[in-house]
Design a protein around this ligand. Structure first.
Ligand code: ACO
Length: 335
């Protein structure tokens, strides 16, 4: 059984924060941020915005493009590390889309690799599980976990949502040619937003002995990152992963029409393109406008590229996600 990409959509919050705006709250400037990262501005949730609403907006656009009714969805995968409910936000998206048939919906947590993982999971569900219409959403609001006094991280991230509808098809129409997925927990120290250690509590039993429970409520720390190590990891692992996916697909790098990487840093994107010997005209990049939107970055950039006419039907896309975990992976797709 094949699977093809039949629709895409995206949504971003209205509040835009420029590099100059950031220079008012931390010791930084537009030139430093632009030169080191390629980022000029980012969108951030504010006021009454929430991530679930953005995800639903992106999902509706993808369904409209594919001309698929929400009732015909078999599965919704919400790739996010910042859900509005610790237990998962996909069922809320299913409800807000109005899927009366109660399709399965669940969250996938893999930081900036989440969307690529979601895409491959969709293909596995279609090929092995009898699912026909799978909606893959990548959405994150890392702004909620950024330390806005840390100039090393607060300049990088933005909030957004993107969605792609993956549909079962015959093998001739198959649009997923090869993939490659990895993780390495030993690299967690380089990038994390780990749970804060619980404070000891003093609950006592009737004899005055410390009970050790109930535990205090926990929360997550802000994003901690060693930028140089993450940079090194990305430029080493991403080209290897794409080369491995190409090998599995039986395709040469020259067959790639578009390189669409997780949008983290323009210098990472350029280094990977150079390693694969792909000219800049074949590289999709929109991080100047949105920064690093984590699991949303790939479907957001794809949606813009498709709607602007840049990416055309039948073209081959090499995509790769990388980030916290550490996790990384790539897929060779046909739009
Ligand atoms: N403005 C001005 N100066 C700054 C800023 C800033 N915003 N941030 C850091 N600096 C200073 C540092 O203090 C340092 O000063 P010093 O030399 O006096 O000590 C100097 O600039 C150089 O800092 P570095 O951290 O060494 O800068 P680097 O060139 O490594 O760039 C960056 C930092 C942009 C973060 C880069 O390392 C990077 O992009 N790494 C990859 C990060 C990434 O992609 N993370 C997301 C992964 S996806 C996910 O899963 C969330």
């Amino acid at each position: 059984k094949g699977c093809k990409l039949v629709g895409c959509g995206s949504a971003v919050p209205t509040l835009q924060i420029s590099n100059d705006d950031l220079s008012k709250i931390v010791d930084t400037n537009d030139e430093w941020i632009s030169v080191r990262t390629g980022i000029r501005r980012r969108r951030v949730l504010s006021g009454g915005d929430n991530l679930t609403t953005l995800a639903v907006q992106a999902a509706r656009k993808a369904l409209d493009m594919a001309k698929v009714d929400p009732e015909d969805l078999d599965l919704i995968l919400m790739c996010t590390s910042t859900p509005e409910d610790l237990f998962g936000s996909a069922p809320q998206i299913q409800k807000q889309l109005g899927c009366k048939t109660n399709p399965l919906s669940y969250d996938i947590t893999a930081a900036c690799s989440g969307f690529v993982l979601g895409l491959i999971s969709a293909a596995c569900h279609i090929r092995g599980g009898g699912f026909n219409n799978v909606l893959v959403i990548g959405a994150d609001a890392l702004s909620r976990y950024v330390d806005w006094t840390d100039r090393g991280t607060c300049i990088l991230f933005g909030d957004a949502a993107g969605a792609i509808l993956v549909q079962a098809c015959n093998s001739e129409e198959d649009g997923l040619f090869g993939f490659d997925l990895h993780s390495d927990g030993s690299g967690q120290r380089h990038l994390n937003a780990a749970i804060k250690e619980k404070e000891s509590n003093n609950a006592l039993d009737s004899n005055g002995s410390v009970l050790g429970f109930p535990p205090k409520q926990s929360s997550y720390s802000c994003i901690q990152m060693n930028g140089k190590e993450v940079f090194r990891f990305a430029v080493r692992c991403v080209p290897q992963s794409i080369e491995s996916a190409l090998e599995k697909a039986g395709l040469p790098a020259s067959s790639i029409d578009w390189l669409l990487l997780h949008q983290a840093n323009q210098r990472i994107i350029d280094a990977v393109a150079t390693r694969l010997e792909l000219p800049s005209e074949r590289v999709i990049s929109n991080l100047a406008n949105y920064g690093n939107t984590s699991a949303a970055s790939i479907p957001l950039a794809l949606d813009e590229a498709v709607r602007s006419g840049k990416v055309k039907a039948g073209q081959t896309i090499a995509t790769a996600g990388f980030g916290a975990g550490l996790t990384w992976g790539s897929a060779i797709l046909r739009w």
